[in-house]
Design a protein around this ligand. Structure first.
Ligand SMILES: Nc1ncnc2c1ncn2[C@@H]1O[C@H](COP(=O)(O)OP(=O)(O)OP(=O)(O)O)[C@@H](O)[C@H]1O
Ligand SMILES: [Mg+2]
Length: 304
């Protein structure tokens, strides 16, 4: 069996080298006996897939991708170009879209994630926004994001909606969000019910990022926003849903609910029912927090 190689983005300034942001990943990969090939990320985004893959030798052997987020349509072009070179991606374009965009994973994770509704595109009428709010009960706090990312750093302006009953506020936050995302808005608008999650003393969310390969958790670490926070999520409720999703390499960001009723349940205050899925992601494009055992992750990927 040919071991998979890992695609990493090249440095935009020195195209024969790995993008500095991913250099430590290249080092960890080398340390476990793996090898990488280089992708020109900017060329891929610009729609020039031939230029993007020109440094990737033709087969044999499958490839994992580790790199910057790629829009689903561009990922599909990449998959096709690589398949033609005899280098199939181990995450196909359908699996990538399923894990990367909320509408792809939401139904599977519905029991464990904040209730959500969504509107395609970037130009939402007031009546469409009202319908999205109504689907969530029509009142109470909410957050908005696109199919992939939020503007969490512009929380009051472009993320948090204090009350869905205030349609003016929803419209204002959603249009500011669209304005700030600009051409990078992915897919459409997602509206989610706000849930109270546990926070560390400094106010940061206490989130865990769990890396799953073929239905097994291969790495449990902090969310990259708070790499020093240590959390030990209970995974028993999440695991079957990851398996049902059917994507080989995904991440789940987990937070502990502090809301009313969160502590109810047979298995106590830290029980599985308290752990909520903030979001699911494709493991190839999820940010790795500094300080985690990335060698273990690459060892698992090379064997998969
Ligand atoms: N439904 C929700 N209820 C409460 N807080 C939320 C909710 N959705 C998001 N948040 C908060 O906002 C943050 C950002 O949300 P989310 O993870 O969905 O966006 P993101 O931009 O994809 O973030 P990243 O990719 O950096 O993890 C979360 O880490 C969480 O603290
Ligand atoms: Mg997140």
């Amino acid at each position: 069996m040919v071991e998979p190689a890992v695609i990493l983005p090249s440095d935009p300034l020195l195209p024969r080298r790995v993008d500095p942001h991913f250099a430590w990943e290249a080092g960890a990969l080398r340390a476990v006996g793996g090898s990488h090939v280089l992708l020109d990320h900017d060329a891929l985004l610009a729609g020039d897939v031939a230029a993007a893959v020109h440094r990737i030798p033709a087969g044999p052997g499958p490839l994992w991708y580790r790199g910057w987020m790629v829009p689903t349509a561009r990922y599909a072009e990449l998959a096709e170009a690589l398949a033609e070179r005899g280098r199939p991606l181990l995450t196909g374009p359908d699996a990538y879209a399923t894990a990367h965009e909320l509408p792809g994973w939401y139904r599977t994770f519905e029991p464990l994630t904040p209730a959500s509704s969504w509107l395609p595109g970037s130009d939402w009428s007031r009546s469409a926004l009202a319908a999205a709010a109504a689907e969530l009960g029509g009142r109470g706090p909410a957050v908005v994001k696109d199919y992939v990312k939020s503007r969490k750093h512009e929380w009051a302006e472009a993320c948090y909606v204090p009350d869905l009953a205030d349609l003016d506020a929803l419209e204002r936050v959603a249009s500011r969000f669209a304005e700030l995302q600009g051409e990078f808005l992915a897919g459409g608008l997602v509206v989610r019910r706000f849930e109270p999650f546990a926070r560390a003393a400094d106010g940061r969310a206490e989130e865990a990022r769990v890396w799953w390969l073929d239905g097994e958790a291969v790495l449990v670490g902090p969310h990259p926003d708070s790499p020093a926070v240590r959390v030990e999520p209970e995974l028993s409720a999440v695991r079957p849903l990851v398996r049902r999703l059917g994507c080989r390499f995904v991440t789940t960001d987990l937070a502990r609910s502090t809301g009313a009723g969160a502590a109810d349940g047979a298995d106590g205050a830290d029980g599985a029912e308290r752990w909520r899925v903030v979001e699911v992601g494709d493991g190839q494009v999820s940010e790795l927090p500094s300080g985690v055992d990335v060698e273990a992750l690459f060892r698992a990927l090379l064997k998969a």
